[in-house]
Design a protein around this ligand. Structure first.
Ligand SMILES: *Cc1c(COP(=O)(O)O)cnc(C)c1O
Length: 406
């Protein structure tokens, strides 16, 4: 149903009306190259009969990514998750048990600490950036700190310079999860070349889609060599000498083919994202109570994700807003909520009291964006938010009545 045809709250899909969209409008990237380009790359490994171990497209992708990030070394993996676990294992100070990480972040961040046999110690984020900073990390440093993981939030970057300084001052190694900032350039330079070790993902939902996959950039040749050996312990000297467990975590040629084809097109995806973001920027101010989290104009950005804050004068609770949108097949999502320290955890961790994070975890929403979404659809989403706002009190009454009847 066209959003402009909704007249009363009965026309909202949650109350039995027709949804605005026939198929879901979501937050997944799903960037795609032309099929031909994907085939051109695929043809190379197919005819070379090099499907695994030292395969040509994986090597080509690593060289291209190192150049893209202006990094000295790039090592690919089967996922961003395993790239992170192995990088943590390479960097952590021996004999210490804790890793500092933000709590308002990627939902598997604490699990990867468990795989690396470390206890997460969660720190606050800065309300102005939603990111970990040297200030929030420093308060968590103790005799047990083995590593700090700085994570770029999904809009803009965390302060890598500040974290680098904290790391050199304290001797505690720093790892950057740069998954959400593949395309970004900061005042320090290109993301991927500004910390000793930075980790990225090639998952289908990210800017650079390889369907699955991940990689590490590093300026440290020893770490590059160790990571190279760690990802496939069935080969080489490492299999006989290494003290760590083995793991097969290589990227395969098919995923490398997709990632290479998408890398050729990356500027095009960014141009699309910029248009989506500009549509929000232009039209969201017409919806009182919702603030767009803005990209920093001084950085090069991918504009991939769109995040809004529901302000105190937005008339509905966030979860109610998300339910209304979901019924219309608008798959907006709560931003990193609940935070990691608020979830039940089966493995060792340091209990945390993080009032700032808890407040922030209630307020933000990830809005539809990405390659599959059009500006026309975004205009419809914004019209619907206006409709919801202007009928808020009737909507609340209806939902209360539904709850009482069930
Ligand atoms: C997606 C994501 C990861 C994990 O990457 P996968 O390739 O999906 O394992 C890690 N960190 C952040 C911030 C992410 O968004």
């Amino acid at each position: 149903m066209n959003v402009n045809d909704k007249v009363t709250v009965n026309d909202l899909a949650l109350f039995g009306g027709q949804p605005v969209f026939e198929s879901p409008v979501g937050t997944s990237g799903l960037a795609r190259p032309s099929f031909d380009r994907f085939l051109v790359y695929s043809q190379q490994f197919f005819s070379a009969r090099r499907d695994s171990n030292g395969s040509p497209l994986v090597r080509e992708l690593e060289a291209r990514l190192a150049a893209f990030h202006q990094a000295e070394h790039c090592i690919t993996f089967c996922s961003g998750f395993w790239a992170l676990v192995l990088a943590v294992n390479c960097l952590k100070l021996p004999g210490r048990s804790e890793v500092i990480m933000p709590s308002l972040t990627y939902r598997r961040m604490a699990d990867l600490a468990a795989w690396a046999e470390l206890k997460p110690r969660f720190c606050e984020v800065e309300p102005s950036t939603l990111a970990i900073s040297a200030r929030t990390a420093e308060g968590c440093i103790s005799e047990e700190t083995a590593l700090i993981i700085g994570v770029h939030p999904i809009i803009n970057c965390c302060d890598v310079e500040g974290l680098n300084q904290l790391s050199s001052r304290t001797g505690i190694p720093l790892l950057i999860d740069a998954v959400e900032s593949v395309f970004e350039t900061t005042s320090e330079g290109r993301v991927g070349s500004i910390a000793r070790v930075e980790v990225f993902s090639l998952h289908a939902s990210k800017l650079l889609n390889g369907a699955e996959g991940g990689y590490v950039t590093t300026s440290d040749p020893e770490i590059a060599q160790r990571l190279f050996e760690l990802r496939n312990l069935s080969l080489g000297v490492a299999s006989r000498t290494s003290q760590t467990f083995g793991l097969d975590a290589e990227l395969n040629e098919m995923h490398a083919a997709l990632a290479l084809a998408n890398l050729d097109n990356i500027d095009c995806f960014v141009a699309h994202n910029r248009e989506i973001y500009a549509t929000y920027q232009m039209h969201l101010p017409s919806v009182a109570g919702i603030r767009l989290v803005e990209f920093d104009n001084s950085l090069r950005s991918s504009f991939k994700n769109v995040v809004v804050e529901l302000l105190d004068d937005w008339p509905l609770p966030r979860d109610m807003t998300l339910r209304l949108l979901e019924a219309e097949r608008i798959l907006a999502r709560a931003y990193y909520s609940p935070a990691l320290h608020q979830k039940p955890m089966r493995y060792p961790h340091v209990p945390a009291n993080l009032p700032v994070t808890e407040l922030l975890a209630e307020r933000f929403v990830l809005m539809p964006s990405g390659f599959m979404v059009s500006t026309i659809q975004i205009l419809a989403v914004i019209r619907l938010l206006q409709f919801i706002r202007s009928h808020a009190s009737t909507i609340i009454d209806r939902i209360d009545a539904m709850a009482m009847n069930s």
